[in-house]
Design a protein around this ligand. Structure first.
Ligand code: ATP
Length: 321
């Protein structure tokens, strides 16, 4: 059994033995603790269902993964990366939170935040484009979440509008961490846990392609190496897509899309706002070292008026326009 179940104790149960001794045992959630509802979506080796915790009445999304299929398709590694990453990212409103994991003979279960608004891609398709105000709001929530992920030593590597879900407040929740890169934890001089900077990480350079063609960074194509700045490239592609209605680099097939990316071959549609154009041009920079950093992106004039930090998540989402 390659899958290892790690503790997900969610409470304690008082047990009084026959001799009067009191013991407190962890109570673990299981399949029987939930009522399963409608199917929210299907992945290539998973199904996501709406579910209600019988005890609390709280609603969740439960991702059900078929063990046999995962093992047959050699996806055990990715499922473990997803679980380990989610367990590192549990205290930010912009990441889908993992509450419990459990398993039965057939399946693995991930109990996650429910995102009733679906994918940002779906919303964008219905609207065809976003206006500047919506792009600023969603862009800011995405950027704030990238900052959090990077601070926890996680590079997402597959940011795109399909992996950005919307919760009940129409706020962003980043999902799909199966291809994330976890930077090794280490202890700093004060003995506190932090994460190795990605430049020194000994990533296997023969790493096979991860991500999605349209959002993949040039450094991944040329050096087979992704870094924190690679997420900022994808962020630039997303800002462009929200305003233009299509990603900047798109061709008839992946190969031709890659050719366009490494040649920085893209154009802005007529009417694309100047200030947003300036931001995108500073993000879609071939050299990752010269690409806009998170800090500089937050201070870019496009985000004027945004209150960063927790305030951003207390705001009412702008009406889609
Ligand atoms: P693949 O594994 O092929 O890359 P995927 O990552 O989309 O696909 P899942 O993570 O299983 O696979 O998601 C399947 C579908 O369920 C997606 O379309 C997604 O929109 C939806 N979904 C996933 N998580 C949630 C959630 N927390 N709340 C609501 N819907 C969700």
């Amino acid at each position: 059994e390659e899958w290892q179940e790690r503790g997900a104790a969610v409470g304690v149960k008082k047990e009084i033995g026959a001799d009067g001794t009191v013991a407190y045992k962890p109570v673990k959630k299981g399949v029987r603790d939930f009522n399963f509802g409608q199917t929210l979506g299907e992945g290539s080796y998973s199904t996501v269902l709406a579910a209600t915790d019988r005890a609390s009445g709280r609603q969740y999304a439960i991702k059900v993964l078929d063990k046999r299929h995962i093992i047959k398709e050699k996806k055990v590694k990715y499922v473990n990366i997803e679980k380990d990453t989610l367990n590192r990212l549990t205290d930010h409103p912009g990441v889908v939170r993992l509450y419990y994991t459990f398993q039965d003979e057939r399946s693995l279960y991930f109990v996650l935040d429910l995102c009733p608004g679906g994918e940002l891609l779906g919303v964008l398709k219905r609207m065809s484009t976003f206006d500047e105000e919506c792009t600023r709001f969603y862009g800011a929530q995405i950027l704030d979440t990238i900052e959090y992920m990077h601070s926890r030593g996680v590079i997402h590597r597959d940011l795109k509008p399909e992996n950005l879900l919307l919760d009940e407040n129409m706020h962003i929740k980043v999902t799909d961490f199966g291809t994330a890169k976890l930077l090794p934890e280490r202890r700093n001089a004060e003995g506190r846990v932090d994460f190795e900077p990605d430049s020194t990480s000994t990533e296997n350079r023969a790493n096979s392609f991860v991500g999605t063609a349209e959002y993949v960074s040039p450094e991944l194509l040329t050096d087979k190496n992704a870094c924190k700045a690679s997420d900022m490239w994808a962020f630039g592609c997303i800002i462009y897509q929200l305003l233009a209605g299509r990603p900047p680099f798109k061709a008839v097939n992946d190969y031709q899309t890659f050719q366009k990316i490494v040649a920085l071959d893209y154009e802005f549609p007529r009417g694309f706002p100047d200030v947003a154009r300036d931001l995108v041009e500073r993000l879609l920079v071939l050299d990752p070292q010269r690409r806009l950093s998170i800090e500089h992106a937050k201070n870019h004039p496009f985000f004027t008026g945004i209150r960063w930090g927790r305030d951003l998540w207390k705001q009412i989402a702008p009406r889609l326009k």
